[in-house]
Design a protein around this ligand. Structure first.
Ligand code: PRP
Ligand code: URA
Length: 217
């Protein structure tokens, strides 16, 4: 099934795999409890991660099979970095590690001020010598785009060039903002929802991803 590129915001790609869309519908349901919510985030991210890693660079290496030696493809370059935006992005890490067990994991702590909706940075840790690594920023929600823009800007400030933003639900407002501020960064999402409400929540959305994942409300 297709990955659809947005006609105007060309860095935005919606992954339309039927399994992913089915799981997303259950994820949105207000009756889905914390345990199932976490499991679904993991399963959806597995399907997203498979798609977003499709252009990883490869090199050739000699492999000795039980029968002969042959040249075979392996991933090239430094280990990739998974960068969850705390808190909700944490739920997406395990799926990436299932596919790329030797990837590194950084962390960026950002929370939205509930009145201004501006992101506040409270934690940042990435591997040393990150400049030429491929980063996958993970956050289930792209709402105003403030957190995503701040995370990408922080990485660019330390010299990172290869950045992909992976989310599950996105709002048109955030997609437009990311396109304006970081058009070079591909975004992969399972959906493009209708709009934001006056409190910065995505409609129809799934509510507060962090609270639903960690059972804090
Ligand atoms: C949520 C979500 C994103 C952010 C998206 O986190 O996980 O990080 O909001 O909104 P934006 O696009 O308008 O910046 P929140 O700030 O609620 O923090 P939490 O994960 O700790 O609950
Ligand atoms: N963050 C969330 O967790 N949900 C939204 O709808 C918007 C931002």
């Amino acid at each position: 099934m297709a990955i659809i590129q947005h006609p105007k915001f060309t860095n935005f790609h919606q992954v339309q795999h039927p399994l992913l869309q089915h799981k997303l519908s259950i994820l949105r349901d207000v009756h889905t409890d914390t345990k199932e919510f976490k499991e679904l985030i993991n399963e959806i991210t597995l399907l997203l991660a498979y798609e977003v890693t499709q252009d990883l660079p490869m090199t050739m290496q000699m492999v000795q099979t039980p029968l002969e030696t042959c040249e075979q493809p392996i991933l090239a370059g430094k280990k990739q970095v998974i960068l969850p935006i705390l808190r909700a992005g944490i739920g997406m890490v395990e799926a990436f590690l299932t596919l790329m067990p030797s990837a590194r994991v950084g962390h960026i702590g950002l929370f939205r001020n509930e009145e201004t909706l501006q992101p506040q940075l409270y934690y940042f840790k990435v591997p040393v010598q990150s400049e030429d690594r491929q980063f996958y920023i993970c956050d289930p929600m792209l709402a105003t785009g403030g957190s995503a823009v701040a995370a990408i800007s922080k990485l660019k400030n330390i010299g990172v060039q290869k950045i992909t933003f992976v989310c599950i639900v996105s709002a048109p407002e955030g997609v437009e903002r990311l396109f304006k501020e970081h058009p070079d960064v591909p975004i992969f999402s399972a959906s493009l929802d209708r709009k934001l409400n006056e409190y910065g929540y995505i409609l129809p959305g799934l509510g507060d991803a962090g609270d639903r994942m960690f059972g804090t409300k």
